[in-house]
Design a protein around this ligand. Structure first.
Ligand code: NIG
Ligand code: FE
Length: 405
């Protein structure tokens, strides 16, 4: 530790470091020092704070708890329009697939998003991000996929980049061109995939708008063969891949994304043993999305016990989108991970920190409290770690930590 004056020092906090998977890694009455580059310079018991350490801002956390900032590693939060009517239809027993076949679903959001301006998309997305940030979220993944043409996909990705500046939060942009078949290519899915691979993906990658590439591998989405073409293009462009896999049926998408060394396979209710093994071998994260499970009133559970047994890291995300998961609370997603998926409270917290960071390929930057990592932190007025997932509708976030300038 260099002995100069630091920008901020947090004292008398209970630190939840999460430096390994087996426990919370608690340091009671701890201190944490932040350097000029907004990295963690030192952390440990307050009484061990090196003598003479000074900081421009010193905050007494009064035994509040500090975790790594929460990471929502799967969202579709840039969009226009409203699909409350579809929610009502589903309550009457009409399925998500039927609604999509009738021209609703993803394509109804595509229509509204194409018609919206950059400013309209940015304003509504910023509101959503602020709602997530009010619960301690400091990093968010945002997918395109409601444009399905070059102009609108570009606009969505530019909005995702602009959010970071407006809200002062880290964002990761994912290209999800292979989300649904746009009207211009109806009955021509292969033609659309070719358009993605030869036009959309290379152009948007060249513009520096893409951090990762995703797809919807499903009977109502794209086949594994079609998704593999997108992955090959991503690989040529040096972009990491991830996949909406095994949400409504087993298409073996998880094995495919694992074969491409993918960051994550997401949803996974219909994942089989071979898929679990492929993910374990490749180090692909299982991103679980209990919000979509809940809203679709799915009854089949993702194979949590098997993922646990094979030590596949499990992340949890909101999957915020206007169709299957209009959920804007990562704490609620964590609670659902526990109550609906029988994850432990520790697994739920790891799922929105350490493992979510890995799902974004950012595990060297964030996700735990360790020297050298970004000081992306969340402070909580709780008595014990389990309180983060215990009470639905109670927000214990306590905004006393200075944001990154
Ligand atoms: O993650 N499954 C595909 N994509 C979204 C749903 C998008 C929508 O219905 O608008 C999901 O659940
Ligand atoms: Fe999704």
């Amino acid at each position: 530790m260099k002995s100069n004056r630091y920008p901020s020092l947090l004292r008398h906090a209970n630190l939840i470091t999460l430096t390994d998977d087996s426990d919370y890694g608690i340091i009671r009455d701890g201190a944490l020092l932040i350097d000029q580059r907004h990295r963690i310079a030192w952390l440990g018991p307050d009484k061990n704070l090196p003598a003479g350490t000074t900081a421009e801002m010193e905050i007494d956390c009064r035994r509040h708890w500090i975790t790594p900032g929460l990471i929502d590693c799967h969202t579709h939060l840039v969009y226009a329009g409203n699909r409350g009517d579809e929610f009502a239809q589903r309550l009457e027993g009409i399925s998500y697939a039927e609604i999509a076949a009738r021209g609703g679903g993803i394509n109804s959001t595509v229509k509204a998003t194409r018609a919206a301006s950059f400013a309209e998309l940015l304003d509504s997305a910023v509101n959503r991000v602020r709602t997530l940030a009010a619960e301690g979220v400091t990093r968010i993944e945002i997918k395109s996929g409601y444009g399905l043409n070059l102009d609108t996909e570009r606009r969505m990705l530019q909005v995702a980049r602009a959010i970071a500046e407006r809200v002062g939060i880290k964002t990761h942009s994912t290209f999800l061109g292979a989300h649904a078949l746009p009207p211009e290519f109806s009955n021509n899915a292969d033609g659309y995939i070719e358009h993605i691979c030869t036009a959309m993906l290379p152009s948007l990658a060249a513009e520096g708008l893409i951090d990762a590439v995703d797809g919807f591998c499903e009977s109502i989405g794209f086949s594994t063969a079609q998704i593999e073409q997108v992955f090959r293009t991503a690989q040529r462009l040096n972009l990491p891949v991830k996949l909406h896999a095994e949400q409504l049926s087993n298409q073996h998408g998880a094995s495919l994304v694992a074969r491409y060394g993918g960051l994550s396979a997401d949803h996974l209710e219909y994942l089989d043993a071979a898929g679990v093994q492929a993910m374990a071998q490749a180090g692909t994260v299982a991103t679980l999305l209990p919000g979509a499970f809940y809203y679709l009133r799915e009854t089949r559970l993702p194979p949590i016990a098997s993922l646990r047994e094979h030590q596949v890291p499990m992340a949890i995300a909101t999957d915020h989108n206007p169709g299957t998961s209009p959920l804007l609370s990562l704490l609620t997603a964590m609670n659902m991970g526990c109550v609906l998926f029988q994850m432990t409270p520790l697994e739920a917290l790891l799922g929105v920190t350490r493992h979510a960071a890995k799902a974004l390929g950012a595990e060297h930057e964030c996700g735990t409290l360790e020297v050298g990592k970004q000081a992306e932190l969340a402070c909580w007025d709780i008595d014990q770690p389990v309180d983060l997932v215990y009470a639905l509708g109670h927000n214990p976030y306590s905004p006393i930590i200075p944001a990154q300038s």
